[in-house]
Write a protein that binds this ligand. Structure first.
Ligand code: HEC
Length: 88
């Protein structure tokens, strides 16, 4: 119960639940990078993480994560990876 109440991001029904950073551990960032590289290059070239700032990636990922069929957890890890390297 506790985990789900606190971690709304991973328990929400939709994959638009990412509203900010959550993971900072390198394990998750590495996973986020892998997911990003595998899932986000299917329809277009891999976007430059510097293309958006932290707010911009929230918006763009909430449109792209469903396209890439990411679950909330994967969505979150990709987001955290992107903002860890976007230098903004
Ligand atoms: C099913 C195909 C598909 C997948 C998978 C996909 N995209 Fe896209 N993406 C598109 C299309 C189509 C556009 C152009 C139209 C638009 O902007 O909605 C686009 C545009 C973009 C843009 C430019 C628009 C903007 O807001 O900057 C970025 C950045 C982007 N995608 C990032 C991603 C990321 C990150 C992922 C992985 C989570 C991803 N995409 C996965 C289809 C896809």
């Amino acid at each position: 119960m506790g985990a789900c109440t606190v971690l709304m991001v991973s328990c929400g029904p939709k994959s638009t639940a990412v509203t900010g950073p959550k993971y900072t551990a390198s394990e998750q960032l590495v996973q986020g990078k892998t997911i990003f590289e595998n899932s986000c290059s299917r329809c277009h070239k891999l976007p430059d993480p510097a293309k958006h700032d932290d707010q911009g990636w929230i918006k763009t990922l909430s449109r792209m994560a469903p396209k890439a069929k990411l679950n909330d957890e994967q969505h979150q890890m990709v987001y955290d990876y992107l903002i860890s390297v976007n230098k903004k």
